[in-house]
Unconditional design. Structure first.
Length: 306
């Protein structure tokens, strides 16, 4: 039986007349990594601040470990590690001193895991925080969070400012947490990052959860990309109303690339067999395809402007 770590039911949050969250509901179970995705302004950070007890919701029910996130915030925080997307540090403290301070704030201290993380993230802990780039400030917070003993890890755009090598390091560390049975809520708009790490995905749009499930479960919402080659000409493929984005790869029109709704695949295979099918390559939809299915270029730009 799955054990819910985070439970959000019909959570609402208003800022004046603006409704930032509209009946947000999702669950994160023990040992799972959930990707919480949406463009800037969609409500990701607001949801996380409600979960952390930084903001009080205007309705609904929000629980972590079965406890109310507002009333039991202090008790909940003892088992939660959190990294925001924009880390501010005390400028006169070194990176090492900041890591020690962040750990002490959660009644923990530097350990072998901290030293390992400092090494793999390649952080110079002797520098003053005021001399750190944005990426190095993120490293400080990530090292402090990842070296904590916690049951739930919440990352809000955690790789902002990191180079590709350190992004990969972070991804490996999240997978280590999952293997250890920890739960992770990862807010991100970097779709490749979410796709590599997450068991579950929740998509938020304009303050509402519009889909939740595993990537496998949600892929039925997008089209397959197919490349087919036949012995006979495929010119009449364009007449099939279920085929989209058709492009012929040769002048004989016996090789074509196109997209297709997954439920139409069986019928198309029968039709292709009559054309003496030579080869077929199917590419499953990516998380980016799924994301664009809901947002599209115009929807994404609108959300980012909020």
């Amino acid at each position: 039986m799955q054990q819910p770590i985070i439970q959000l039911k019909q959570v609402k949050k208003r800022f004046g007349k603006f409704e930032a969250l509209k009946n947000v509901s999702f669950e994160l179970n023990k040992g799972e990594v959930m990707g919480f995705i949406g463009p800037n302004g969609a409500g990701k950070s607001t949801t996380i601040r409600v979960l952390l007890g930084m903001l009080k919701s205007n309705g609904g029910d929000a629980k972590i470990f079965g406890k109310d996130v507002w009333q039991d915030a202090v008790e909940i925080h003892r088992q939660v590690a959190y990294v925001p997307g924009d880390v501010n540090l005390w400028p006169n403290l070194t990176g090492g001193e900041m890591i020690d301070l962040l750990l002490r704030l959660n009644q923990q201290q530097r350990n072998q895991e901290t030293e390992r993380l400092i090494d793999i993230f390649q952080l110079d802990t002797s520098k003053k925080s005021r001399n750190y780039s944005k990426g190095n400030r993120q490293k400080v917070a990530l090292i402090a969070a990842l070296s904590q003993t916690a049951e739930l890890y919440i990352f809000d755009e955690p790789t902002s400012g990191l180079d590709p090598l350190n992004e990969r390091t972070f991804q490996k560390e999240v997978l280590r947490l999952r293997e250890a049975g920890k739960s992770v809520l990862l807010s991100s708009h970097i779709l490749s990052e979410v796709e590599k790490m997450c068991d579950q995905i929740a998509i938020i749009r304009e303050g509402e959860i519009i889909e939740q499930g595993s990537l496998k479960e949600l892929r039925h919402l997008t089209r397959l990309e197919l490349t087919v080659e036949t012995a006979e000409q495929l010119s009449d493929l364009a007449q099939r109303g279920t085929v989209y984005d058709l492009k012929f790869e040769n002048t004989a029109e016996t090789k074509a690339t196109f997209t297709l709704d997954q439920e139409e695949l069986a019928e198309l295979m029968i039709w292709l067999s009559q054309k003496q099918l030579v080869s077929i390559v199917s590419t499953p939809p990516t998380l980016e395809d799924l994301f664009l299915h809901y947002y599209g270029k115009e929807g994404s730009e609108d959300a980012q402007s909020n």
